[in-house]
Design a protein around this ligand. Structure first.
Ligand SMILES: [Zn+2]
Length: 186
């Protein structure tokens, strides 16, 4: 298969997330119009990309997103055989996010829909001099984890674990003025 050498495999992940230069974008698009194997691969990558974006969202992912992610991961071995490194790395991200998604599902099972995250999301802005290890220790003590950020103003959104009391957590954060500039309910 002589054409196989010319498949722009390593560019497809970037084509899928729209970060190619215009010239490369056009070259890949031309190839895709003539190559079913690369179109299959692109469909796979787009499903992955959608899964990653959904997983990054602070809101519960919902049934549809989860099924889409699962079907992306179940894609036949043929499509994975030539996984480039970049894709292997993003697959690893999806696996990790997949674990988070399972947790969303568990939480949702025990609480009425719509109340899953009620009061459990907080906005936090860390002081510039706060170290990663100090922040990690503080979050573990609540316990809470970062679900998004930093936003334009340097604000992170953190989600409290089900056992954490939101009022108490907020009080702890506000006492730690050595690490925290601002903490509020989301
Ligand atoms: Zn191709």
């Amino acid at each position: 298969m002589q054409a196989e050498q010319e498949h722009p495999i390593e560019l497809l992940p970037f084509f899928a997330n729209g970060t190619l230069e215009a010239e490369e974008q056009a070259r890949v698009a031309t190839h895709l119009s003539a190559c079913g194997a690369c179109r299959d691969e692109l469909a796979f990558l787009q499903a992955l990309h959608a899964g990653i974006r959904a997983a990054e969202s602070p809101a519960p992912i919902g049934e549809t997103g989860w099924r889409r992610l699962q079907s992306a991961l179940r894609k036949p071995a043929r499509a994975r055989r030539w996984l480039p490194w970049a894709l292997a790395a993003s697959l690893a991200v999806v696996m990790v996010q997949g674990v988070l998604l399972f947790r969303h599902t568990d939480e949702a099972a025990y609480q009425p829909a719509g109340q899953v995250h009620a009061g459990r999301l907080l906005q936090v802005r860390f002081r510039p001099q706060a170290t990663e290890s100090a922040i990690r220790a503080l979050l573990q003590s609540l316990p809470a984890q970062i679900v998004s950020g930093p936003g334009a103003l340097g604000v992170y959104r953190i989600r409290l674990a089900p056992e954490a009391d939101p009022e108490a957590a907020l009080a702890i954060l506000r006492r730690r003025q050595d690490l925290i500039e601002h903490a509020a309910r989301d």
